[in-house]
Design a protein around this ligand. Structure first.
Ligand SMILES: *[C@@H]1O[C@H](CO)[C@@H](O)[C@H](O)[C@H]1NC(C)=O
Ligand SMILES: *[C@@H]1O[C@H](CO)[C@@H](O)[C@H](O)[C@H]1NC(C)=O
Ligand SMILES: *[C@@H]1O[C@H](CO)[C@@H](O)[C@H](O)[C@H]1NC(C)=O
Ligand SMILES: *[C@@H]1O[C@H](CO)[C@@H](O)[C@H](O)[C@H]1NC(C)=O
Ligand SMILES: *[C@@H]1O[C@H](CO)[C@@H](O)[C@H](O)[C@H]1NC(C)=O
Ligand SMILES: *[C@@H]1O[C@H](CO)[C@@H](O)[C@H](O)[C@H]1NC(C)=O
Length: 768
């Protein structure tokens, strides 16, 4: 008894050391690359010392205004103004910036108030009519001379009266242009130069140009990102083991193979002992350290862990103007390499891990294949060429068809579609390729026949006043569970027919929204639903995502009440529990048309913010419940786990006891709240463009999915739709746990002989 008391006291005393630490991962695992674009104008911010204001092009008709910290080049604030500028003039006393129009607009002016970021009403009109207004640019750097001495470029600044040099400083080798220069003509010289390749370097010289006190560099080349691909970084340790296993597999004789394994393992132990100088103390310390039981987790260890868990990835982005770059996902988006491909108007980039090939395609149908993708150096070129396009049209969309062959299904601008391949041999196995294309007016089914020809199979043409507004095909993730287990232990079977697409159309006359579900093999309509008692706002985005046996769509309803709606539709074999409409003995063949239709249940929710885009997360095995990533109109990103949007949920009063027992069951609440904890972009300011999109990649941790937003800015984070069930919390006190186990073993060793002794004494009726 005494020992047990002692033991529990000991354990409890250890327990008190276990303190739960809530590790806030915000700004720790997520990162943002804020690209400004090419600098059109740089002016000092007179209201705030050590800040610069940079103007750059944002879109066809917008200018981006960026405030940066002059000391380190960090972005402090950005906003877009709806005016495309060609030049600017700083009015320092009123802290305003007058923008001059671009192109045809070059007689127009617009004034930004730099304190509020607002465009002043009618300011341009007044200015143009004021006779004494003369525009004087604030964007040009002047008063300096560039000289080339001994193959070094030098920047010189002369004294106006005497003609003597005040400053004479060396410029980087890559110098092409001075973009900004500010000086007091005696001690201080600050300037920004560019290298003609969207890299900008800042210098702050003091002591008359003798002392370089600050310098920074910004890479602005990654604007207009059109596509991206993820590439898992390889764990070198796993590589050696894989090699050994492959070698062992090649040995036919079992005994030789066994000897091989023993030998390699023995060698490994010997190496390990040698490394620790054959000292048992060192070995134990090393083991403890390796298992993070001692010492802090340093950067190297953290990186090893990221590699093991598949969190270390490269996000390879391709920009419209032909650049590809690798961003390190687990290291704050560091640019590992950044190269020009020589292409223009890239439309797609794909990475194939099996062959370690990166294939980049441009809109004219040229392709480049790169190989040996890693984080240390730019990839090497493997092959270059052009697809044989049947017409002289340009590609609008390219979809990779299979893993091993580089064959693509491309849609051309003239409305045609085609299958093209890197090798012009028989590319795909014709018998099992069905493809669906769509545009605003029609949806078409195709089958691939001999010689990679596309043959039309079916088509749906919309009525004259109807428009296709959203389209989604069923995700190809593996099916983990064929049914939902209800609270009373019965099963509701999911409808798992794979060849499905759903699409949304709007009737522009009465603004009714129709949602249809079709079979992609036959084009047969399987389900249709209509929102006829409300009018949909056509100007707001309508989004659709398709998961396993459900799809979710969002739309903005203008009447009767303006409200953002989110609707979930779930497909079941039958809505009756334990009933399966399909018969396992029947050979279902979509070509024979004997596919069962699903039974459908649907629920609508209100959402408090306007939704711009939806995307589903992907995880390695699809066991984790999916999350719906939502891009809001205010450029924030949030997510809802799928189980919150449940088509079978009931109001709390209607829920039976059995209903409440169902896994993840929650009552129906018509309006989904936005919780601050679910805003994954935190208080970041993300600048997006019309083509920005969300991408998702699985990791080796089933719970964790990587989400990135690409386009103008790049933003990446990790999300855990069902919590981090497969990760030990950082506060988990491994040392205490192992310590307790160790003490328990010691006590048991001591206790056993004592108890045996006591038993023996009892047998002999000896009293203590
Ligand atoms: C600018 O950067 C410097 C150095 O990192 C920092 O000390 C300063 O607080 C920053 N200024 C602003 C306004 O963030
Ligand atoms: C430039 O260097 C001088 C001297 O160190 C310093 O006073 C000034 O604040 C610096 N300017 C910026 C923008 O870092
Ligand atoms: C350069 O300037 C910094 C800041 O003004 C000062 O601390 C440093 O001593 C100067 N270095 C030289 C070599 O003058
Ligand atoms: C096409 O698929 C069938 C069945 O899956 C297979 O037997 C055949 O070898 C494949 N043909 C090619 C060219 O891969
Ligand atoms: C189990 O629950 C479902 C849904 O609540 C109901 O339809 C079904 O009849 C129940 N089955 C049994 C055997 O109680
Ligand atoms: C709850 O039950 C009431 C009465 O049976 C019914 O009118 C209502 O539609 C039900 N609500 C839900 C969400 O099922």
């Amino acid at each position: 008894m005494l020992y047990i008391g002692l033991l529990s006291a000991l354990i409890c005393s250890l327990c008190t050391f276990v303190n739960a630490v809530y590790r806030d991962e915000a700004f720790n695992v997520d990162w943002q690359l804020s690209t400004i674009g090419d600098y059109r104008c740089i002016v000092p911010d007179y209201a705030n010392e050590n800040q610069l204001i940079i103007l750059s092009d944002h879109s066809q008709s917008e200018t981006l205004v960026t405030y940066i910290n002059e000391t380190n080049g960090d972005v402090l604030l950005r906003y877009a103004v709806p005016f495309k500028m060609s030049d600017a003039m700083l009015v320092s006393d009123s802290h305003q910036l007058i923008l001059k129009g671009d192109g045809d607009n070059n007689k127009k002016y617009s004034t930004i108030d730099l304190d509020t970021g607002l465009i002043l009403e009618d300011s341009g009109k007044d200015l143009a009519q004021t006779s004494d207004f003369s525009f004087k640019t604030s964007c040009a750097a002047s008063g300096y001379k560039i000289e080339n001495i001994d193959q070094k470029t030098r920047l010189k600044l002369m004294d106006n009266t005497m003609g003597l040099p005040i400053f004479d400083v060396e410029l980087p080798d890559t110098f092409t242009e001075v973009n900004y220069l500010s000086t007091d003509y005696s001690q201080i010289l600050q300037f920004i130069v560019s290298n003609g390749d969207s890299h900008y370097t800042y210098f702050n010289y003091t002591d008359g140009g003798k002392n370089l006190t600050a310098t920074w560099n910004r890479d602005e080349s990654l604007v207009d990102i059109v596509d991206s691909a993820f590439c898992d970084l390889k764990d070198p340790y796993i590589d050696t083991i894989r090699k050994e296993l492959a070698e062992e597999k090649n040995i036919d004789d079992v005994i030789t193979a066994y000897i091989f394994r023993v030998k390699t393992n023995f060698n490994r132990i010997r190496k390990y002992l040698k490394k620790n100088q054959y000292s048992p103390g060192r070995v134990i310390t090393a083991i403890l350290k390796e298992n993070e039981l001692m010492g802090n987790i340093n950067e190297e260890k953290a990186y090893k862990r990221d590699l093991k868990f598949g969190l270390a990835k490269l996000l390879i982005v391709a920009t419209k103007n032909g650049r590809i770059a690798a961003l390190h996902v687990s290291q704050q988006g560091n640019i590992m390499w950044n190269i020009r491909t020589g292409m223009s108007n890239i439309i797609s980039i794909d990475y194939e891990p099996l062959t370690d090939e990166l294939i980049v395609i441009d809109e004219k149908g040229s392709f480049i294949i790169f190989t040996s993708i890693n984080e240390h150096m730019p990839p090497t070129l493997k092959k270059e060429g052009s697809f044989k396009l049947s017409t002289n049209s340009i590609i609008t969309k390219a979809k990779k068809l299979d893993d091993s062959h580089n064959s693509y299904f491309v849609s051309l601008e003239n409305g045609e579609s085609q299958i093209v391949g890197v090798d012009n041999t028989q590319i795909v196995n014709t018998s099992n390729y069905f493809l669906t294309t769509h545009n605003e007016k029609e949806i078409r089914g195709h089958i691939v026949s001999e010689g990679n020809k596309l043959v039309n199979t079916w088509g749906i043409t919309l009525n004259e006043n109807e428009k296709l507004v959203a389209f989604a095909s069923r995700s190809e993730d593996p099916v983990v569970n064929v049914g939902n287990v209800l609270g009373n232990r019965t099963v509701l079977y999911k409808y798992l027919y794979p060849n499905l697409v759903s699409y949304a159309t709007i009737n522009e006359n009465d603004r009714n929204l129709y949602i249809n579900l079709i079979d992609t093999i036959t084009g047969e309509l399987l389900h249709s639903q209509k929102h006829s008692n409300e009018k949909v706002d056509i100007d707001h985005p309508i989004n659709l995502v398709f998961g396993e046996n459900w799809f979710i769509y969002s739309y903005f309803s203008a009447e009767p009440i303006p409200e953002q709606r989110l609707t979930v539709v779930e497909l079941y074999e039958s809505l009756e529990a334990n009933t399966k409409a399909s018969d396992p003995n029947v050979d279902y063949n979509p070509l024979k048309g004997n596919i069962n239709k699903p039974e459908v249940i649907s629920r609508s929710y209100f959402f408090p913010e306007i939704i711009k885009d939806l995307k589903l997360t992907s995880t390695k095995f699809s066991i984790t419940s999916k999350a719906i990533i939502i891009k809001l109109a205010n450029e924030q990103i949030t997510f809802i786990p799928k189980f919150v949007l449940n088509a079978r949920s009931k109001e709390e009063n209607n829920m039976s006891d059995d209903d409440k027992k169902e896994f993840m069951a929650s009552p129906y609440i018509s309006s989904i709240p936005i919780n601050d904890n679910f805003i994954i972009s935190h208080q970041r300011e993300l600048i997006m463009s019309a083509n920005s999109k969300l991408v998702s990649s699985p990791t080796n941790l089933e719970s964790t999915s990587i989400i990135c937003e690409i386009g103008k800015d790049v933003f990446c984070t990790r999300i855990y739709p069902s919590g981090q069930f497969d990760v030990m919390s950082p506060s988990f006190e491994k040392f205490q746990l192992f310590g307790t186990i160790f003490i328990v073993i010691v006590i048991v060793y001591y206790l056993r002989p004592t108890v045996a002794n006591k038993k023996l004494k009892i047998l002999w009726l000896i009293k203590d």
